[in-house]
Design a protein around this ligand. Structure first.
Ligand code: CA
Length: 259
């Protein structure tokens, strides 16, 4: 898939050199090409002049937070971003509404766990049409969901959804909820797609993880909870009175049948 056998290019944004080493070594052993920098400013300028397949982004950087760096990257690029977080309170924000990261690993982490996550993200990315502002996806592979390039698709989906509260266009990754387009991360989209495949059916967290993540053993149930939380809050912004995703204690989640 990559020309001349070149490995995926990974940018590591982390200000602690010892952590950079920990990350760099297993990745390069895996055949990745890595570059690293210690500030958000350097990361943004490297990304502006070079193409990377994935960014490993520390939340705590000296010049700005990783969240801010991610927000700025997202204005021009859908490059997959894996956050490194030092505190568990950061996790909800990482996968939350406004950030747009793809995954996270908490410090301290095992290098093997990190490379497994990175491989999973790269595998998903390799079946996606990569650049922003190009054609819409032609298969069911996940794709970046932000941006305004879907406006035609959105109009079409809206037309088709006149009588349905929830409409999911799997090809175009457009979700309309009571006629309003939701901007979902790829995991939120996958989770909603799975739940909507069988409204009313109860899925356990591990079933959802199995279905939505390609390397579920490398993820944690907590990730599902965090994504569900953020998905739910987006649905509530449109219809606060409807509890669209039901929690079944000890079992998991289901989508409200009447949508
Ligand atoms: Ca740091």
């Amino acid at each position: 898939m990559k020309p001349f056998g070149a490995g995926p290019r990974i940018l590591i944004v982390e200000d602690e050199p010892s952590i950079v080493d920990t990350i760099q070594f297993p990745l390069e052993t895996d055949g990745c090409i890595t570059e690293s920098c210690g500030t958000g400013g350097e990361a943004l300028s490297l990304l502006a002049k070079d193409r990377f397949d994935l960014v490993v982004l520390d939340v705590g950087l000296p010049d700005m937070t990783g969240f801010e760096v991610c927000r700025r990257i997202r204005t021009t690029s859908n490059v997959p971003i894996l956050f490194l977080t030092a505190r568990s309170e950061e996790i909800d924000r990482v996968v939350g509404l406004e950030i747009g990261g793809d995954d996270y690993v908490s410090k301290p982490f095992r290098p093997r766990e990190l490379s497994a996550r990175i491989r999973a993200i790269l595998r998903r990315a390799s079946i996606e049409p990569a650049p922003l502002n190009l054609t819409v996806p032609t298969d069911s592979a996940s794709s970046g969901l932000a941006g305004s390039r879907h406006s035609e698709a959105e109009a079409e989906a809206r037309e088709r959804s006149t009588e349905r509260a929830l409409s999911i266009d799997q090809q175009r990754k457009v979700v309309l909820y009571f006629g309003e387009r939701l901007t979902l991360s790829r995991y939120e989209f996958r989770l909603l797609e799975i739940l909507a495949g069988a409204p009313g059916r109860v899925y356990s967290r591990s079933q959802l993880m199995e279905a939505a993540w390609e390397e579920p053993e490398a993820s944690m149930e907590r990730t599902v909870d965090a994504h569900i939380k953020s998905l739910r809050s987006k649905l509530r912004q449109v219809r606060p009175e409807i509890d669209a995703i039901r929690t079944h204690r000890g079992f998991g989640y289901s989508l409200f049948e009447e949508l």
